[in-house]
Ligand binder design. Structure first.
Ligand code: URA
Length: 232
């Protein structure tokens, strides 16, 4: 990827940041203090997606700046990374009142921003933190306890990425055994970042074009007439 491409993607990301800051697509804009776009390296290979801003995130306009964020920072340091190396954001960009679960309508309103962030940042690995991010981005309703720690391959933002479902750091703060599992799953991230991504699968339209161009037989003249040809 050339420097110019990276600069153009960054510019688009700044425009998206402005759009999200002024977003009124769902009622959460009425109760939020600040929208939380996400923060970090706009060209990161590694992206984390949490659930929604909490009270401190809402105040500062930054993701994962409370206790869960401190744990995230510690776990990053343990694998030789810092927040400046990665991009961190959430499924919802506005805080749900009293930290209640995101509603399907709120997720539907906000998800285009997340997909656009993935398209512009071009990560190789996306770690989903907790059930909401995992179910949305894998497109699978299986709970986090069953899928965490096993990488999946997905098409996201027009590219192939490895997705690694992880426990949410807030759950890890509540339960020491979950924290140890999260720590163990974090330890697999450096190898995943080095792993070669599979080639993207061709789309149905691409397969159709390829098949058509490989057809050795021209259609019979009487069939051309059906398509407005001038046969005969
Ligand atoms: N929990 C989240 O899911 N996101 C944050 O930004 C903070 C806490």
């Amino acid at each position: 990827m050339s420097a110019t491409d990276a600069a153009a993607r960054r510019e688009e990301l700044v425009a998206l940041y402005k759009e999200v800051s002024n977003c009124t697509k769902c009622p959460l804009h009425e109760t939020r203090t600040k929208a939380v776009f996400g923060a970090g390296n706009a060209d990161a290979d590694l992206m984390f997606v949490g659930e929604a801003p909490g009270a401190e995130e809402d105040r500062q306009g930054l993701p994962f700046v409370g206790r869960a964020g401190q744990l995230l920072n510690e776990l990053l340091v343990e694998i030789g990374l810092s927040r400046e190396d990665v991009f961190i954001c959430n499924v919802l960009k506005s805080r749900p009142p009293n930290n209640r679960d995101p509603l399907p309508t709120e997720i539907a309103a906000c998800e285009p921003y997340l997909f656009e962030q993935v398209r512009l940042i071009e990560p190789r690995v996306v770690c989903t933190l907790g059930n909401f991010a995992t179910k949305l981005l894998t497109g699978n309703p299986t709970g986090i306890t069953r899928v965490r720690g096993t990488p999946q391959t997905h098409q996201l933002g027009g590219r192939t990425v490895f997705m690694l479902p992880l426990f949410h750091p807030a759950a890890a703060l509540r339960t020491p055994a979950v924290k140890e599992q999260l720590r163990g799953d974090f330890a697999t991230i450096p190898a995943l970042l080095e792993k070669t991504l599979p080639e993207p699968l061709p789309s149905a339209a691409e397969i159709a074009v390829e098949t058509a161009s490989e057809d050795p037989e021209p259609p019979p003249a009487d069939q051309l007439g059906f398509f407005g040809g001038t046969a005969g």
